[in-house]
Design a protein around this ligand. Sequence first.
Ligand SMILES: [Zn+2]
Length: 84
Amino acid sequence: MDQPGPRLPRRRRRPDVGALTAKRHTWQEAGSHRKRCDDCDLLAIRRPHPYARRWFTEWTRGEQSWNTPQGDKTPPCTPPADPA
Ligand SMILES: [Zn+2]
């Protein structure tokens, strides 16, 4: 007896970016189309979109990176924890 149960929508897990409580980045110009946050060392780079006629922003911090084409929002300002 097969009962086709209701299909639950699959939820994509998204990291909580904490937009409401996030601290503002302290941007410093770091060259053409680049800026870097003094507090959390996040680097924002404006790049021309490879297919669309517009710009997108890529953020990098250490080994992490975020991209507006993937729907990412500006990462929160989270200064690195004290080095061990
Ligand atoms: Zn920051």
